[in-house]
Design a binder for this molecule. Structure first.
Ligand code: PGA
Length: 263
């Protein structure tokens, strides 16, 4: 039985006071459904968000991490520092980090190993570009990112991960993958995990979908057997819309276009 996971990736948005306001309004709107909730604000707002979510079912996540424990690495943040500030999750290998900041499967692998060592649960992002999908290369890309990113990990370590399938062409574009289309990739990922870490542990690993998730399409995505949650970017910045995503399947409130996360 996999507990669904809904994670909000705020990317480079929100000051400390914006973050406080958002989280204070969000918490009372969250239903007691079964989903686990993770908020990943920018580094600067982690402490403030942690103060507000303490004692609730919402967990704290970071958007990136470095693999060394400490030392002369100007500008970097270690896994221990993230644990120290209250994080239990960390997003690793997001496509924006791969595209703009030179993240590779090798650095992703080091970050995963260091995070696990410190008790953080990595949310590993994988997904294909539009031209790769058009050439029928989606599964090759996934295989490569999983194979390199999880190189050397034991089945026990792999069982602690969350995998986020994020087709790059769907991120921030308003073009969501069709639920069945996303589910196919999730099935492929689960099959890969089964081959590499065994049936039992692969059954429990959550594979979540990311890429233009909104309050309008979350129910269809969550209805798929192999979609265990969502990694939400743009729509996690608006309180009402994000609350509806967290409370998927709940009665649908009437939301403004902005509240629906439509940009
Ligand atoms: P989006 O971003 O929901 O704005 O498409 C998703 C992500 O980048 O994780």
């Amino acid at each position: 039985m996999r507990t669904p996971l809904i994670a909000g990736n705020w990317k480079m948005n929100k000051t400390i006071s914006d973050a406080r306001e958002m989280v204070s309004s969000l918490l009372p709107m969250i239903d007691s459904n079964e989903a686990e909730v993770v908020l990943a604000p920018p580094f600067t707002a982690l402490g403030a968000v942690n103060d507000i979510i303490r004692g609730t079912k919402v967990k704290l996540g970071a958007q990136n991490v470095f693999w060394e424990e400490s030392g002369a690495y100007t500008g970097e943040i270690s896994p221990r520092m993230l644990v120290d500030i209250g994080c239990s999750y960390v997003i690793i290998g997001h496509s924006e980090r791969r595209e703009y900041f030179g993240e590779t499967n090798t650095s992703v692998n080091k970050k995963i190993v260091a995070s696990l060592k410190n008790g953080l649960s990595p949310i590993l992002c994988v997904g294909e570009k539009i031209e790769e999908r058009e050439k029928g290369k989606t599964f090759d890309v996934l295989e490569d990112e999983l194979g390199e990113g999880l190189k050397g990990l034991t089945p026990e370590q792999i069982s602690k991960l969350v995998i986020a399938y994020e087709p790059i062409w769907a991120i921030g574009t308003g073009k969501t993958a069709k639920p069945e289309e996303a589910n196919e990739s999730h099935l492929f990922i689960r099959g890969w995990l089964k081959d590499s870490s065994g049936t039992e542990s692969s059954k429990n690993i959550r594979i979540i979908y990311g890429g233009s998730v909104t309050p309008d399409n979350i129910d269809g995505l969550m209805a798929q057997k192999d979609i265990d949650g969502a990694l939400v970017g743009g729509a996690s910045l608006q309180v009402e819309g994000f609350a509806r995503i967290i409370n998927y399947k709940s009665p649908y409130p009437s939301l403004s276009p902005q509240g629906r996360g439509l940009r």
